[in-house]
Ligand binder design. Sequence first.
Ligand code: ADP
Ligand code: ZN
Ligand code: ZN
Length: 712
Amino acid sequence: MSHWLPVLVNTPAHAALGPVLTYRSEHALPAGTLVRVPLGQRETLGVVWEAASGEATGEFDPARVRDIAGVLEGIAPLSPAWQQLLSFAAAYYQRSAGEVALAALPPQLRELSPAQMARRLQRKKPDADAAAAAQAPPALTPEQTAAIAQIEAQAGPFLLFGATGSGKTEVYLHGVQQLLAADPDAQALVMVPEINLTPQLEARFKARFVPLYGEQAVVSLHSGMTNPQRLKSWLAAHSGGARIVLGTRMAVFASLPKLRLIVVDEEHDPSYKSSEGARYSARDLAVYRGKLDGAKVILGSATPSLESWHHSRPAAEGGRYLRLHMPSRVGESSRLPLVRRVDMNHQPRRAIFSTPLIAAITERVARGEQCMVFLNRRGYAPVLTCEDCGWKSQCPHCSTFRVFHKIDRTLRCHHCGFTERVPRACPDCGNVDISPFGRGTEQLEEHLAELLVDVRRHGSVTPENPDGEPVRIARIDADSTKLKGQLEEQLDAVHAGDVDVLVGTQMIAKGHDFRRITLVAAVNPDGALFSSDFRAPERLFSLLMQAAGRAGRDAALGAQSEVWLQTFQPEHGLYAALKKHDYPAFAAQQLKEREQANMPPFSAQALVRAEARTQEAAQAFLNAARAFAQADMAAWDGWADTLQQVFLYPAVPMAIQRVANIERAQMLIECSSRATLQQFLSAWQSVLQATRSQPDCKGLIRWAIDVDPQAI
Ligand code: ADP
Ligand code: ZN
Ligand code: ZN
């Protein structure tokens, strides 16, 4: 007997072909079963799907239905909760379910032949419990004890608001440990923003749980893994063998049939939001997934996102999350670093480093302590200019300047990658005196070396070596860590004490546990205060708090550690709150502004981005779809009310208007209700598709909707 099976396949986004196709199978197969199906000339991976509303398979002609090619034997069907998560994510982020679901599965499921797959599944599992004795966990602090008691007693979701070094990770470890001990099948998902930067977390989980549950119990899932590694982790999680999955945002889609606890560490981090394909927020999906799977959710941060902070206001005021506070650092490092502001208005013009900062760095290096200096701009200088004729190192393909990299004397576009040797003279007027303008990390490194040239390393001056050794400066940014292993190598050098001063971009401010750093300096943080992106101050505050958290981790040095801010705005409220380590004050002030301006979290936003050959075509497309919404859609039965509530701004060029010769425009959509915005967007999708074929939109290349955009 034949069965008609709805099967989800990866059809391109917005394609006319529905994402759920009908196939024939000799056997009934439950929803969630992984199958191989023919699609056009090729064979592809599909998931047997409940024909959910909105993705109905529609009419099909039984005579044209094709047979499925096979079932992925030995892999249990994906759970109903997983299917619901994927359906929700696709609908919410306005993508096809096929695209989202298939992208969430490990690539090798698509690539391996049935025979190869069978071999993978048969591989002998490593022996469990061949492990060493477990380390005893530390006795909990009173704050940790209180937080854990709440997590046990309440349903959540929880916002664990804990200072850096307050022992949040220990709370996660403890929560996971209790869960696994109480329920022999339970699984936990622990997410971090950048697993490559936090191998320490993996090490801590492995040290705690491998002795208890064996090597297979803890697996990772992140994009830095090879495809075979990913498949292995995925299968371990899907089969229930892995009890703990550690991963980056993609792990939110891992198949975990017995998921009971989800941790989102550093929940404020922007990298939880995907910036391509379905632009999902793994943090937000984690909260949703918790409800579907009946898993507790813990969001942790020292500087929560303003969204989560707002959601964790008292329940009486409408809060939905339970806020748990751990204000104190553990142990003797309990004193938070001293924050100093240097008023750059009183320093020589164009000074990169203020005199007192250099004195402070010198003093610390001489004592054998480490310093960290960061600036959010890599390269030597962001632009090269000719003062005679005004030539600038504009990228010919983008509306940006190419950055001057002195190390290899190149001009590099950080957006399209276009790279050229630095010209000997101005290409326009021949002036040989072209000069860098502004500064990046390379210049910082060079300049510091000059300023510290007379300083000797701690303990390096001996009777045998009266000259001593010069200060060692290392730079960590995207340029210095391009090759595999380079980052680890450089981090090891810092940990080993081979480096005295570490210079870098925000890469170094996040997450690393540099125990001997006692001074952290932000060279030029003011830019974010005047950014057109309303989230820039929030980002800056959390970055500086994070950076401050790097300082003074070592108990013995903790009392003396300092954070230095070089600023032209020393009285700015953001820095004043930072000085007091007062996130709640900062958040209250920001939320007040957001409420007045009706911005998230007090309203919902979506952004439509369009790319085209010309700026006119990109904008014409967006404005035509907008006009249609305002006139025609508003006239549809029952839609007038909805459209009253949805505000569509006119199309504007994106901040970087042209990248690699493609023009980019965007349109912001705002609505006080998330549900209404959702309703509008799903109906408007078809309008966008229809608009595309209008004559004045010729030249449109692509468009995409970004729901809850993080950068505007
Ligand atoms: P956070 O994640 O909040 O930054 P961690 O969990 O990494 O903090 O804890 C900071 C440091 O304190 C770590 O070295 C950790 O091992 C230690 N620590 C955490 N909890 C305790 C405790 N209860 N007793 C002793 N040391 C602890
Ligand atoms: Zn010139
Ligand atoms: Zn470019």
